[in-house]
Design a protein around this ligand. Structure first.
Ligand code: C5P
Length: 323
């Protein structure tokens, strides 16, 4: 029997599989209420970048008594080194999915951490979602089961499984991918991400917002499709409700937003998620790249990355090794 047959996937190869744990960007984020358990209800439009962590899994079953090999590499690996492998959200995602579909754990999970940790662009959620995408593809797990497992791992994980332009509701687990015309409008736009390399705790930002006495926002009024100027004009009226409390906790965020907005060609600038990463949209990836070079030169202590908005989730491919 071939390994492909063992995976239950016609045509699947035998090697490890890889994909991108894509950075998540909130084009707007309205806090619309609060659940009894303290979690906040949100309305958000999210897109994903072709900038992210490289995530590799070997989905082949772990022999009895063995442990999943966990590899952590990359510029930001050290920020996670104090977390036990079993506590890493990516490992917890593999365990949760394997438990749900009664499969042995995978042999190996490798994360090449290219995104700053605790920075408002998904990070750990993107890695966990990438593991779910890789394993569910290899194991043939239906999407509703994957989304359910994702929703239990963290508020952002389900949207990171979708990894395409989407409207978000609930506490983050209600994910409605945008229709094709709007996804196509956003997909391919250029994007610059900038972070002052200071972590910001999501619960601390929500807490600071509550302490400020801020009231709930209405969901944003956004057109379903239309053209890009119409969408950006509607987004201009929407906000990131977490930006004011985040700026109180980390005033440098205002500098990051100002520096991004001043870049030539920047057409829309905001903070993402609970910060501190901010972003600017550009008409093209080339314009974003040119702007990022300027910003990186002007602010050498910041993390600056340029790329494009993804219209669809990053591809899954076989990889010869985890290195
Ligand atoms: O679910 P996740 O672990 O990503 O959330 C981290 C923290 O952020 C939660 O413990 C909660 O304090 C806060 N949060 C929230 N409302 C959300 C998402 C996160 O209050 N919708």
């Amino acid at each position: 029997m071939s390994r492909a047959a063992g995976y239950g996937l016609a045509g699947a190869g035998t090697g490890p599989l890889e994909t991108l744990g894509a950075a998540k960007i909130n084009l707007h984020l309205h806090v619309t209420g609060r659940r009894d358990d303290g979690y906040h209800l949100l309305d958000s439009l999210v897109v994903f970048a072709d900038i992210g962590d490289r995530v590799v899994v070997d989905p082949w079953p772990l022999p009895a008594g063995a442990e999943t090999v966990f590899r952590l590499t990359g510029r930001f690996a050290a920020d996670l080194a104090c977390t036990m492998p079993a506590d890493n959200l990516a490992m917890r995602a593999a365990a949760a999915l394997a438990g749900r579909v009664n499969r042995p754990l995978p042999r190996m999970i490798a994360l090449d951490k290219r995104l700053p940790v605790a920075s408002g662009i998904g990070g750990g959620s993107a890695d966990a979602a990438a593991v779910l995408r890789l394993l569910s593809g290899a194991w043939g797990v239906p999407r509703p089961v994957v989304m359910d497992v994702a929703g239990q791992l963290g508020a952002d994980v389900a949207m990171c499984v979708a990894a395409c332009p989407a409207r978000i509701a609930g506490v983050g687990e209600v994910v409605t991918p945008l229709g094709h015309p709007t996804a196509r409008l956003l997909g391919g736009m250029g994007l610059v991400l900038a972070n002052p390399l200071m972590p910001l705790s999501t619960p601390a930002v929500f807490k600071a917002r509550a302490a400020s006495g801020a009231v709930a926002s209405a969901p944003a009024s956004l057109p379903d499709a239309g053209d890009l100027p119409q969408l950006l004009a509607a987004l201009a009226d929407a906000t990131n409700d977490l930006a004011p409390p985040a700026r109180v906790l980390l005033p440098v965020i205002a500098d990051v937003e100002t520096a991004l907005a001043a870049l030539p060609g920047a057409c829309f600038t905001r903070m993402s998620g609970s910060g501190a990463t901010c972003f600017a949209l550009f008409a093209s990836p080339d314009a974003a790249k040119a702007a990022s070079v300027r910003l990186a030169a002007a602010r050498p202590s910041w993390w600056v990355a340029a790329g494009r908005v993804l219209a669809v989730a990053p591809e899954i491919r076989e990889t010869p090794s985890a290195s």
